[in-house]
Design a protein around this ligand. Structure first.
Ligand code: PLP
Length: 356
């Protein structure tokens, strides 16, 4: 190996470390619940990362993983199959390292997402059939001699589940001065499955009694896969909640560390992000709504059982990206979603603690 290459890789790792060093940790907000319930709800705000979502952590880990494995060197083109938050964050880090970045996206991807990827210097390569994204990304990487980052395969491997300031360690540190410092539940969605795998492994590694619940939107394969233990479940239908829910079971989904999977109607997710904004001023994306509905259900169960404790969930990304979709009442209605009944149920829950 030439000295130059080693030097380039060492410097690239220094740049990634420097980015982490410049970034403050993301906040842990309190969602207001009646004190007498004896249950506290916290929101880990991943939308404040420099690239606006929880994927900032994953993108940094995936690129670091490629660097330390000798797969990324000076001039390597980085390739991904993602129309979402991951591609936005990967484009940011590729630009930081002076590398070309191309992501394979479905032609129907929102203009806001395309703009963000291109803002960070990324290039979008379109496919008509979403299911063809993976093979097309493999082909592009082979053709260009590039490196396919492949979030769905490597998310669970590239993230250090023991700590190293991963999202789980950060949450437990930030809860340490609270009245219930060890949460009863952590509630997250699954896209790659990397986030739930990190939390599930971390709580087992640290021997915490905390349980992990995954919320699953409509059309996703995860609930059925977890319920049946089968990894060949496929719905063939894309999720309507960006970032979570998959038409197939992804390699980074680790059902063995998930204690419960909760199917959540998409209309409930859209109702929840409106409630969140009204009650806390936090403006979030659809997957945060899905998280909140799941957290409410588990809190109602704790209240009914007279169990005290804390519950943690995530604000995954900001609402601005969905101003013309999830946060647009006309768009939601045009998609056939009736959010009224779900909103009523959540308002009643916040009054009574019961989830009818
Ligand atoms: C907005 C959003 N929420 C949640 C997730 C789920 O995270 P993970 O891929 O770690 O399962 C993603 C993943 O892409 C996402 O973009």
């Amino acid at each position: 190996m030439t000295v130059d290459r080693c030097t380039w890789v060492r410097d690239a790792i220094r740049l990634l470390e420097a980015d982490a060093n410049r970034s403050a940790d993301t906040h842990l907000h309190v969602f207001p619940l009646p004190l007498e319930w004896g249950v506290d709800l916290y929101l880990k705000d991943e939308s404040v990362h420099p690239t606006g979502s929880l994927k900032h952590r994953l993108a940094r880990s995936l690129i670091l993983y490629g660097l330390v494995n000798g797969r990324i060197v000076e001039g390597t083109t980085l390739v991904e199959a993602s129309s979402g938050s991951t591609a936005v964050s990967e484009a940011y880090f590729a630009r930081m390292l002076g590398l070309d970045f191309v992501t394979v996206v479905p032609r129907a991807t929102s203009p806001e997402k395309i703009e963000l990827i291109e803002f960070y210097g990324g290039r979008c390569h379109y496919v008509d059939v979403p299911g063809e994204m993976y093979a097309e990304a493999e082909r592009l990487a082979a053709e260009s001699g590039g490196h396919y980052l492949d979030q769905f395969t490597y998310a669970e491997r590239a993230t250090d589940w023991r700590g190293n300031n991963n999202i789980a360690e950060s949450v437990f540190d930030q809860l340490s001065a609270e009245r219930f410092p060890v949460p009863s539940w952590i509630v997250v969605g699954a896209g790659t499955g990397g986030t739930s795998a990190t939390f599930g492994r971390y709580v087992r590694y640290r021997r915490h009694p905390t349980r992990v619940a995954v919320v699953d939107p409509e059309n996703s394969a995860f609930y059925e896969a977890w319920r049946t233990g089968r990894s060949d479940v496929a719905t063939g239908i894309p999720s309507r909640i960006e970032g979570i829910g998959r038409p197939r079971v992804e390699p980074s989904f680790v059902p063995g560390v998930i204690d419960e999977v909760l199917p959540i109607p998409d209309a409930a997710s859209f109702a929840a992000i409106r409630l969140l904004r009204e009650r806390t001023l936090h403006w979030a994306g659809g997957s945060t709504g899905t998280n909140l509905v799941g957290a409410f259900q588990l809190i109602a169960r704790m209240v009914a059982a007279g169990q005290q404790g804390s519950v943690v969930t995530l604000i995954c990304d900001g609402g601005a990206r969905y101003a013309h979709t999830y946060h647009d009442d006309a768009w939601v209605a045009a998609q056939g979603h009736d959010i009224g009944q779900h909103r009523e149920r959540m308002d009643r829950f916040l009054e009574t603690g019961a989830w009818s």
